[in-house]
Design a protein around this ligand. Structure first.
Ligand code: FAD
Length: 335
């Protein structure tokens, strides 16, 4: 399949989504590609239930709500989305346009590229269970994209960090039963959510703390889970928890993958950019957000928003060569 657009934005995190909005404001069509099955990048994948306090004009906003709002703002201009898709390579054509290739054998023809890829695509840190891959994507999930699948189900959540605690609190109102398995009785997560989960475990019979225990094995057939076995830390005791789903939250690794071989200049794990334009060392390829670096760079969402606007202003000249632009506020251009 071949797609056409003015620009390709790699990454549907907060900065990629805002870049799509900025592009739309200037009449630039965009296609946004993300390896995750949903929008929002780190905010949706890593801390959907956490309040963010430093987004201007929001005294506090949850990661998932910021993602939803940014997508709604971008959707005003109907960008195309390709989720569950990784960009792997590009070629530059004679007319300086680009053709990108995805891991799903799609080609995307565009005039410029914005890399808003954060620290790269996410991969799970798998627990050491030999047959786990047979269940992945069916009854074992490392990220939650659609919580409705857990309605009235029994879930084993494993881990001791924010994701394990946040999702236990979030799914407690939906699931039939949640077993929270952790090796220790202390959690490395926001204290108010830990308290909430401990209270839930005391009050109702939905949440049951299985601590200190560790994952031992999973049982079932053809990707359908029947139970999860857990063992005591010294391994002397093993018990089976009947369950429909297992959510192991042991952190996610990130990797720029093939982008590292694009000829871009890196400073450590970040792409070097010219701060006044967000241009990389390759003409027509821009980088913004966590992916981009320059002197005194602040890795904050609000910095990424400004970088998105800066990149799009430069890209106008590539998409509409020779056109003279006057500076306009959204209050007049979108009125
Ligand atoms: P990301 O959010 O990382 O999104 C990048 C997207 O690109 C990902 O969805 C990834 O799947 C996709 N991608 C990568 N490579 C490819 C590829 N080759 N093909 C397709 N898709 C690809 N910041 C704040 O400003 N305030 C806070 O309070 C705050 N709290 C935080 C709390 C936690 C727990 C964490 C982990 C981070 C926090 N941050 C905070 C940091 C903030 O989340 C990041 O700065 C922000 O998400 C960066 O946005 P981004 O769009 O640049 O990249």
């Amino acid at each position: 399949m071949t797609y056409q657009s003015d620009i390709c934005i790699i990454g549907a995190g907060p900065t990629g989504l805002f870049a799509a909005f900025e592009a739309g404001m200037h009449g630039i069509k965009s296609i946004i590609v993300d390896s995750l099955p949903f929008a929002g990048g780190q905010c949706s994948a890593l801390y959907p239930e956490k309040p963010i306090y430093d987004i201007p004009a929001y005294p506090s906003i949850l990661g998932k709500d910021l993602s939803l709002n940014l997508k709604e703002q971008a959707d005003r201009f109907s960008p195309q989305y390709l989720f569950d898709t990784k960009i792997i390579s590009y070629t530059q054509n004679q007319d300086k346009s680009f053709t990108l290739q995805s891991d799903k054998n799609q080609s995307i023809n565009v005039k410029a590229i914005i890399i808003a890829a954060g620290s790269g695509f996410f991969g799970p840190n798998r627990p050491p269970i030999s047959n786990i891959q047979n269940f992945e994507g069916k009854t074992v999930h490392y990220l939650v994209s659609d919580k409705s699948m857990f309605k009235d189900k029994t879930i084993v959540i494993a881990g001791g960090g924010d994701s394990a605690i946040d999702w236990t609190a979030e799914l407690a109102g939906l699931a039939k039963k949640i077993y929270l398995v952790h090796r220790r009785d202390k959690f490395r997560a926001a204290q108010h959510t830990v308290d909430k989960v401990f209270n839930l475990a005391k009050q109702a019979n939905v949440v049951e703390l299985v601590i200190p225990y560790q994952l031992h094995g999973i049982n079932g057939n053809h990707g359908v889970l029947s139970s999860v076995s857990v063992s005591s830390i010294d391994g002397t005791e093993v018990k089976n928890l009947e369950a429909d789903f297992l959510l192991p939250f042991f952190g996610l690794s990130t990797d720029f993958g093939p982008l590292k071989n694009w000829g871009l200049e890196f400073d450590g794990f970040h792409i070097k950019t010219e701060q006044s334009t967000m241009q990389t060392n390759i003409d027509g390829i821009f980088a913004i957000g966590d992916a981009a670096t320059y002197k005194n760079k602040l890795k904050l969402i609000l910095t990424g928003f400004a970088e998105a606007a800066t990149a799009v202003y430069q890209i106008r000249d590539i998409v509409f060569p020779g056109k003279v632009f006057n500076f306009e506020y959204s209050t007049s251009s979108l009125a």
